[in-house]
Design a protein around this ligand. Structure first.
Ligand SMILES: Nc1ncnc2c1ncn2[C@@H]1O[C@H](COP(=O)(O)OP(=O)(O)OP(=O)(O)O)[C@@H](O)[C@H]1O
Length: 576
């Protein structure tokens, strides 16, 4: 909740104005029944038209004042609420942008989306209600009771029983509902997760005929959400009949006891009408107060979830003594006794790796699936930090570089090419904001995608659908390679990014890359790609089994020979 106060700070003036306006509404609301009683007793009972007009005009004036105050209050309350939402969303976005991969593993995308949308909305609801009715409800209860006692204390005694009864009841309901709302938000996370997986994997689901299975999964998550929402809403709804019952009983009591008091000349008809009016307003204020506390319980559950993200410790930061002047010039890489373990695992996925890569050298990394190739890649731009050992770029530990500079000098093409909604030009420029048209076209030509783009009706302006749905796998791969090349990187890392390319296109691509004069690491499953590298790293189970040129490895490594055999046959090995 302290975050709420912090983010509301710039809007304190607006909040104070909203509260002053709300107090104006409240004062009018408390005065109206009093004047109504006066009008009845001094005007209607005595049939004095002038007095009726007098009190009537005052009441109309006050009603207009209250109406205007209500409208302006809503305006200020909405302003504070929306500004607050904007600021928190912005802060959350910046925080998530700064997250390391480890942080991202802790907060699934679906849960972050719920926090960005639903949780912020819950807090906004709480703030809006707070500004409209927070002080108003309790003050109306207190003021209503006091005014009723001023009008006629004997009849007003009924309030001493009904008010504590209703408040006690509502407090119990709110406590229970608060816990349930936390659970509702968790279930909403689940629904969002299933929905997100389904939307992004819809083609796969259709291809595998998994519609029924996925529908059942969604029904499961959706039913849980419905059940918890139903439980919490039911709890709230039980408060309404109880409230109405107590209210009606107290009205009956006021009428019954009031009539006795009037016939005994201890009260006037106007007093009874005024007190009935106060009783109605006090009951309404208590129910309003109930809704408000409910909104606050909901807001608290959501605020906790937002502050968890804002408070999350980002483990991958630049150390205080980071050498800001270090620059990557040559692009040499060295791994020194590197071991790495994902935070969620018990065992290392890379163990004791040591090797050096000379500037501008071209290395092919080959190895079974799960042998740690991608993990090795991720350590160079510090997507994760090593568990043990050191990774050096240009002779300096990667942790001693400014993170932005280090990453700027690396062109990384991940295994699954990810493109963003926007034009092809925008997607390539995504690699380097300042890239001019010539740079973009050159990168596309080198990535062997220029001709394809040219043949599209809108060329570089062709819009790419979400995640590049309207491009083929190989086209997506090449656009993401162009995106990496446009940065003119010192180190280029292709993680199985040429898998969908035919041999001819791939070899042209590799030739073009050679002209970039950058250190190149290529994870590949294809021997034809590996053969052209200066050296091949053969990985198995997180270790570097062998290093050498293709012809050397054919002689020294049984595993390498087997891989070659599996792709070219026994005969093919000798031809290569
Ligand atoms: N984010 C993660 N959290 C936990 N374990 C992971 C994570 N990513 C990968 N792993 C595990 O680390 C090991 C190495 O994975 P990695 O992706 O580096 O292999 P790879 O050689 O690139 O495989 P492939 O060729 O299939 O892409 C695997 O056992 C994998 O299960």
């Amino acid at each position: 909740m302290r975050y709420i106060a912090r983010y509301l700070k710039p809007y304190y003036i607006h909040m104070i104005i909203a509260w002053i306006l709300m107090l104006t509404e409240l004062t009018v609301e408390l005065l109206l029944p009093f004047f109504l009683g006066k009008m009845i007793d001094e005007g209607i009972q005595t049939q004095d038209l002038n007095t009726i007009i007098y009190w009537g005009s005052i009441m109309v004036g006050l009603a207009i004042l209250s109406f205007a105050a209500g409208i302006i209050n809503s305006f200020y309350s909405a302003h504070v609420t929306f500004k607050f939402g904007y600021d928190v969303r912005q802060k959350l976005f910046e925080k998530v942008q700064a997250f390391s991969f480890k942080n991202l593993n802790e907060y699934p995308t679906s849960s972050l989306i719920t926090r960005f949308t639903n949780d912020i909305r819950m807090i906004q609801n709480g703030i809006f209600m707070g500004l409209r009715i927070m002080l108003r409800a309790p003050l109306l209860v207190i003021g209503g009771v006091v005014m009723a006692f001023i009008v006629n204390w004997r009849i007003a005694l009924i309030f001493l029983i009904t008010v504590p009864l209703l408040i006690g009841f509502l407090l119990i309901v709110v406590r229970k509902a608060g816990k349930l709302f936390g659970k509702v938000q968790e279930r909403l996370d689940n629904v969002n997760r299933v929905m997100q997986e389904n939307l992004s994997g819809i083609r796969l689901i259709k291809a595998f005929l998994r519609k029924k299975h996925e529908t059942n999964r969604f029904i499961g998550a959706n039913s849980e959400l419905m059940n918890y929402t139903k439980k919490s809403l039911r709890l709230i709804e039980t408060s309404m009949p109880v409230l109405l019952f107590v209210m009606n009983m107290s009205l009956l009591f006021i009428l019954w006891y009031g009539s006795i008091e009037v016939s005994n000349d201890n009260a006037q008809v106007g007093d009874v009408v005024a007190i009935i009016n106060y009783a109605l307003r006090v009951s309404m204020a208590i129910s309003m107060f109930g809704f408000l506390t409910m909104a606050i319980a909901r807001m608290k559950a959501s605020a906790d979830r937002i502050s968890n993200v804002l408070d999350a410790e980002i483990d991958l930061t630049e150390s205080e003594d980071v050498q800001k002047q270090y620059r990557v010039n040559d692009g040499s890489i060295e791994f020194s006794n590197v071991s790495f373990r994902y935070p969620s695992l018990k065992e290392d996925v890379l163990s004791n790796l040591s090797f050096t890569v000379k500037p501008k050298e071209r290395i092919a990394i080959i190895g079974a699936t799960g042998s740690g190739k991608t993990s090795l890649f991720q350590l160079i731009p510090r997507l994760y930090d090593v568990t043990n050992g050191e990774v050096y770029v240009d002779g300096h530990d990667v942790r001693d570089y400014k993170l932005d500079h280090l990453r700027q000098t690396i062109g990384y093409v991940p295994q699954a090419p990810l493109l963003f909604t926007g034009s092809i030009r925008e997607n390539i420029r995504w690699g380097k904001n300042e890239a001019i048209e010539d740079d973009i076209v050159k990168a596309a030509k080198d990535a062997q995608i220029h001709d394809t783009i040219k043949d599209l009706q809108k060329g570089y302006d062709t819009k790419i659908g979400q995640k590049g749905v309207n491009l083929s796998g190989g086209q997506k791969q090449r656009v993401s390679i162009a995106r990496a090349l446009v940065r003119k990187p010192k180190i280029l890392m292709l993680d199985d990014s040429t898998s969908a390319l035919d041999l001819k296109t791939e070899s042209k691509l590799l030739e073009a890359i050679e002209r970039y004069e950058c250190t190149t690491l290529i994870v590949t499953q294809k021997i034809t790609t590996a053969m052209n590298a200066d050296r091949i790293f053969l990985m198995d189970d997180g270790q570097l089994l062998d290093v050498g040129r293709h012809d050397q490895l054919l002689k020294t490594s049984d595993l390498y020979r087997k891989i070659v055999e599996s792709q070219f046959g026994k005969e093919g090995v000798h031809e290569r």
